[in-house]
Design a protein around this ligand. Structure first.
Ligand code: 5RP
Length: 218
């Protein structure tokens, strides 16, 4: 099976987690796009969606799904999104698409996080995928120096601005043995908006696309 076929398989499986008549939290990226397309097929069963990026909002609207602001939606029953890496204890690295801050907000406001991944993303230790950190532009250089002190090699994502008007530093060379502690430490640096570690609020369910079918990990 191709990676896209695995992504489609997990996206289809995720529909079972969407309650009738609800507002769904929707992630960002190629896997989330497959989920949005599946959601389009059951749009009459849901009230609408909260999007974690402008790109996802546009795709949802393209399917005729109402995009509702998080402030008007209240707590969401479910948030569905992909990840760049995930461990068996559901800690993730996210933000490859640069939407990490809004993703973390919508995930935090949701009762259940359903993570959709193909098998290549399941790892023992996070860090091979560079850790994205969203920074306020004036803090870029300061935060980069602090990230070096934490053991990483930050690289500015060139030609990229987040939906919030900020920059992304992609931190290479980390072997993240304590994701909760590192997430907290990086978020405490002045100028950091958030970082792509989702460990303090891990996923609740992982739908893993494998050649043998979709595996459900909880
Ligand atoms: C975007 C994300 C995505 O969920 C992550 O990058 C995975 O993307 P894809 O499904 O395209 O592999 O965090 O900010």
């Amino acid at each position: 099976m191709t990676q896209d076929e695995l992504k489609l398989a997990v996206a289809k499986a995720a529909i079972a987690y969407v309650p009738n008549d609800c507002i769904v939290g929707v992630g960002t990226g190629s896997t989330a796009n497959f989920f949005i397309d599946e959601l389009g097929k059951i749009k009459h069963k849901i009230r609408g969606a909260v999007a974690s990026s402008e790109a996802s909002a546009k795709r949802l609207q393209g399917h005729g799904i109402e995009v509702i602001s998080l402030n008007d939606a209240g707590e969401l029953p479910v948030y569905v999104d992909g990840a760049d890496e995930i461990t068996r204890n559901m800690h993730m690295t996210k933000g490859g698409g640069g939407a990490l801050t809004r993703e973390k907000i919508v995930a935090a406001a949701s009762k259940k996080f359903i993570c959709l991944c193909d098998a290549s993303k399941l790892v023992d230790v996070l860090g091979k995928f560079p850790l994205p950190v969203e920074v306020i532009p004036m803090a870029r250089s300061y935060v980069a120096r602090e990230l070096v002190r934490l053991g990483g090699q930050p690289q500015l994502r060139t030609g990229f601005t987040t939906d919030n008007g900020n920059l992304i530093l992609d931190v290479h060379g980390l072997s993240i043995l304590n994701p909760v502690e590192l997430e907290t430490a990086i978020n405490h640096l002045p100028g950091v908006v958030t970082n792509g570690l989702f460990a303090r609020r891990p996923a609740d369910v992982l739908l893993l696309g494998t050649a043998e079918g979709v595996q459900t990990l909880t």
